[in-house]
Write a protein that binds this ligand. Structure first.
Ligand code: GLA
Ligand code: ZN
Length: 651
């Protein structure tokens, strides 16, 4: 097991390296990540490559028996390159050039940038391909993050038109699919197609979905170029990874594509960042881990585990004592096998002066040093358990076309895709079940239950796969607006909602409405939920049951006859349809019913106490994490505030 820190020796006087590495060893470190922003240090002037500084750092690392992850430095190009070739700079939606000074401002479609990328990567990897200490190459850093998924430059415009021509072949085909007859937008040629830049009212929905697809393609195409080059040049002992970030559903970037070319996926785990008042909810953090594991259906690395409060110009919540350590344990529970903490020491100069790490600006071994030290010393004892495979009976499905369709047309001002996916994920998380979070592009027939949040786009093929899944005895839970659109982001014609799933759900939906900020509609339980009451927010589908049984109905003047939550037996399986943003209490009951009915392993635990089950050597191990600031008793042990325990389950 590798446990380490993100280290930037170039930020400090060279005389500090030995002491730093001695203290790292004392803390339990056996690996460091370096180099991902140091292009200028390796090429101060064009063509003058000099790796002597990092040669020295690697010699030191060897002396302290530290392995190395080396980052290709293309996230931060040198000023001389921007000066010589301003065309590499990306442009925002208003066409303004993103000037040199931040990071990630390059255009993925800049041929010039791709050439300079090839040169620095070739020189770097050739220089270190036989370096035994370097065991991993990290490609660039957080592709698509901080707004860098978007570029509205001329190069991207040309490439976008080529992308569309390749897809539609004939402009009339595009006009037909887009419905450009609407508002007289019919194109005579691909070179008339605009970038979806700010306009009066809003752009064509299919154009916007194609634009998101193109952005994702651009990032993955640039990444693939770099990955292929590193794979061709690197040493056999060296692996390739890339570090993804947590806001993945908010970006025009499908990370599944690049993940196929990586040896393993890495993740940057920041449960709280910037000016947040409080961290993400425990279930949300857990979901991000299950998503990252789902990219390759494999355990993963974390190359940036938050330890210090941080943000660029604004910071917020300070992780309480042991809370950041507990998040590290939670990550290990969910499939992280090797972990590096961000960052060894907080920098005193530059844009990340407030991105604190383990050691603060006073350079003393404080509370955080001791927390990481105790974590590293403890977690290594469970290496074999942590490396075991996680097998889940439940899969939460997402589809990036669907996500991007929602991104451009939220329909409800209160809608946020991530929130709606977490809404359906959390009830199963609360039962401490193992859950995979995977793309619809993955095979999902091995699961017992599919959780399918707000899947607006369901095409024929996906609809058939759901039907087949039910024939085999599976259970599916859909939520609102399912199936209203086709893969072109157009609303289905002469099909009653929820299209493609009406039969299996046993319902139809003729009307619906968006609910506004603070607006909640009461729902009441029927049949087995008789007497229960709940709330619906964000949206409501006014369901008319056909073969389905009503579990909850609305309780307001005109819509008492409409169902809100239904269940329907279909094939050998069952379909639940949740017609709105339903509160967690109601969903907890339904999740419990589904888990019990499908004989899925679960553990009941007090709220805020996460108990993740890992299977190893025919034994069950419990990773217990207290996400609250109170002592919690569980199975005869008291878990302290933000405490973590790893125990073998006595059955
Ligand atoms: C991201 C980046 C790091 C650093 C941290 C700061 O994860 O990958 O380089 O900027 O954020 O929190
Ligand atoms: Zn561009």
């Amino acid at each position: 097991m590798y446990l380490g820190v993100d280290y930037y020796p170039e930020h400090w006087d060279v005389s500090m390296i030995d002491e730093d590495m001695q203290r790292m060893k004392e803390m339990g470190v056996n690996i460091i990540r370096i180099g991902e922003f140091a292009w200028h240090l390796m090429e101060k002037k064009e063509g003058e490559y000099d790796f002597s500084y990092f040669d020295m750092v690697i010699r030191k690392a060897q002396k302290y028996d530290l392995k190395v992850i080396f980052g290709t430095p293309t996230a931060t190009f040198p000023a001389w390159l921007a000066k010589k070739h301003p065309s590499i700079l990306s442009k925002d939606e208003y066409g303004h050039t993103r000037v040199f000074g931040g990071r990630r401002q390059y255009c993925y479609n800049s041929e010039v940038y791709r050439e300079y990328t090839k040169k620095i990567v070739q020189k770097l990897v050739n220089h270190y391909k036989d370096e035994e200490s370097i065991i991993v190459w990290q490609i660039d850093n957080e592709f698509g993050h901080e707004g860098s998924d978007m570029c509205f430059c001329e190069q991207c415009h040309l490439k976008f038109r080529e992308f569309l021509q390749e897809k539609y072949k004939d402009i009339n085909n595009l006009n037909e699919v887009y419905g450009t007859i609407f508002w007289g937008q019919t194109y005579n040629d691909f070179d008339e197609i605009p970038l979806p830049q700010p306009t009066i009212t809003t752009h064509n929905p299919t154009l916007r979905l194609d634009w998101a697809r193109f952005r994702s393609y651009s990032i993955n195409d640039y990444a693939k170029m770099q990955i292929n080059l590193v794979r061709e040049l690197k040493g056999k002992h060296q692996k390739i990874t890339h570090n993804f970030y947590g806001g993945f559903f908010e970006k025009a970037y499908d990370q599944n594509v690049m993940s196929e070319d990586l040896d393993f996926v890495s993740y940057d785990n920041y449960p709280v960042w910037g000016g947040l008042r409080e961290p993400l909810k425990p279930g949300h953090i857990a979901m991000t881990h299950d998503y990252v594991r789902g990219l390759k259906n494999k355990n993963y690395w974390i190359v940036e585990e938050l330890m210090g409060a941080q943000g660029h110009n604004v910071i917020g919540y300070l992780p309480r004592p042991n809370q950041a350590k507990m998040w590290a344990y939670q990550a290990m529970a969910h499939g992280c096998e090797n972990m590096l903490f961000f960052r060894w020491r907080g920098m005193t100069r530059g844009a990340e002066q407030f991105c604190l790490g383990i050691i603060d600006h006073d350079n003393e071994d404080g509370r955080k040093f001791k927390e990481v030290q105790s974590f590293m010393k403890d977690v290594i004892k469970y290496e074999e358990v942590i490396k075991s495979e996680i097998k889940s009976d439940i899969a939460v499905l997402y589809d990036y076309d669907n996500i991007w369709s929602w991104h451009y047309q939220q329909q409800s001002s209160q809608f946020n895709f991530t929130d709606e996916l977490v809404r359906l994920y959390t009830p199963f998380y609360n039962l401490n079940t193992n859950i995979d979070v995977i793309s619809t592009s993955k095979d999902f027939f091995k699961y017992k239950v599919l959780v399918v949040p707000v899947m607006k786009i369901i095409d024929e093929k996906l609809g058939r796969r759901f039907e087949e899944f039910l024939q085999k005895g599976g259970t599916i839970i859909f939520s609102f607006r399912s199936g209203i659109k086709d893969r072109d982001n157009n609303i289905n014609f002469e099909e009653v909602f929820p299209c493609k799933v009406r039969k299996i759900a046993g319902i139809k939906i003729k009307e619906a409405e968006a609910l506004q900020k603070g607006q909640e509609v009461e729902i009441i339980g029927l049949n087995k939920y008789n007497g229960k009451k709940g709330k619906c927010s964000v949206w409501r589908d006014l369901i008319i049951p056909e073969t389905a049984r009503v579990l909850y109905r609305y309780n307001d003047k005109f819509y008492k006859e409409n169902a809100c939550i239904t269940e329907n037996k279909y094939g050998k399986g069952k379909v639940y349809y949740v017609g709105g943003g339903i509160d967690i209490k109601i969903l907890n009951d339904i999740a419990k019913e589904i888990v019990v009915e499908n004989n899925i392993r679960y553990i009941e635990s007090p709220e805020g106490l996460e108990v993740y089950i890992r299977d190893y050597n025919n034994e069950e191990w419990l990773f217990i994490n207290n996400h609250t600031d109170e002592d919690i008793e569980f199975n005869g042990i008291i878990i302290e505030p933000y405490g973590s325990e790893i125990v073998k389950r006595c059955v």
